[in-house]
Design a protein around this ligand. Structure first.
Ligand code: ATP
Ligand code: TZP
Ligand code: MG
Ligand code: MG
Length: 271
């Protein structure tokens, strides 16, 4: 996959302005909507069982995020997911905190069983717990990475039959056969709550305009990482609050040309 392809995918997002339907958590709702708007996508949050099928079928992609789950929303997620599946609309799943409590772990597995998910994105511990491996997790943040994340991602993609994205210092993207590693990003992203959740929705925007999900994910991850690098540079010597606001600015300002210049990623051979 060459850099030109990634830049064209970013351009396409901004041309198409895809509608991204998010059923997400109460912590990150506003940040997610503003991040998608900055990127050039169109966010909508809709949760009621009475309307989610309709909304999911209007959208270019659907995000299911269990960050502050409750039984009512979980029911809506499954209804929305099935409606999206009928239209072959990509469904993105963020299993926030899977492994932290039994309810989260069971719900994550239930969603994966009942909905055909296109891309699941989480930290290593969350993905491990979705596929039944018991990694340490503290709340919604990743525990110590105590294993081979690339192999975990490949195994998970094969088991779940979808694209798996595991984020951290480096990000792994795999469909179980072909694997990419993205190195863009900045440690300040770990100091902004919702940086991971917004990323899942940003990948959804890209998947809403690009059917090749490895391409969509690689474009989204390099783009997001570059926006963070530029934001950190611009707000050097300031705190994470300034970084958070500048990240939104940079989601609007990173150009397709900058994606070509600054993307750092590789295809893993034999992975
Ligand atoms: P966690 O709950 O473990 O913080 P998350 O859901 O918030 O996970 P992250 O894994 O933090 O998601 O990923 C969000 C973004 O932050 C990704 O773009 C990732 O590449 C980036 N990122 C995370 N940690 C680092 C780091 N140490 N250095 C650079 N970029 C990072
Ligand atoms: N608690 C429940 S959801 C949430 C918190 C703090 C936000 C998690 O966001 P992210 O993107 O995983 O850091
Ligand atoms: Mg985080
Ligand atoms: Mg997260």
């Amino acid at each position: 996959m060459d850099k030109k392809v990634l830049s064209e995918t970013l351009q396409k997002v901004r041309e198409v302005n895809p509608l991204v339907h998010n059923i997400t958590n109460v912590v990150v709702t506003n940040f997610t909507a503003n991040g998608l708007l900055a990127l050039g996508a169109s966010p909508v949050m809709a949760y009621a069982a009475e309307e989610v099928k309709e909304m999911a079928q209007l959208a270019s992609s659907l995000v299911l995020n269990i960050g502050t789950l409750n039984p009512q929303t979980v029911e809506s997620m499954i209804l929305a997911g099935k409606a999206a599946n009928e239209k072959e609309t990509p469904v993105l799943f963020d299993p926030v905190g899977a492994g932290a409590t039994q309810y989260r772990t069971e719900t994550a597995r239930k969603i994966m069983n009942e909905v055909k998910v296109s891309i699941v994105r989480g930290n290593a511990a969350e993905i491990a717990n979705v596929v039944g491996e018991n990694w340490k997790i503290k709340g919604v943040d990743a525990g110590e990475a105590n294993g081979d994340v690339v192999n975990l991602a490949i195994k998970a993609a094969q088991k779940l039959n979808c694209v798996v994205v595991i984020t951290g210092k480096d990000d792994v993207i795999t469909d179980g056969t072909t694997t990419y590693l993205v190195s863009n990003g900045h440690p300040l992203l770990t100091k902004v709550t919702g940086a991971g959740c917004l990323l899942t929705s940003v990948i959804a925007a890209f998947a809403g305009v690009e059917k090749d999900l490895l391409r969509a994910s690689t474009a989204a991850l390099t783009f997001y990482g570059i926006a963070a690098e530029k934001a950190a540079k611009k707000t050097a010597e300031q705190g994470s609050g300034s970084f958070q606001i500048e990240l939104l600015n940079q989601l609007a300002m990173v150009t397709p040309e900058e994606l070509i210049q600054l993307a750092v990623y590789k295809k893993l051979q034999g992975a």
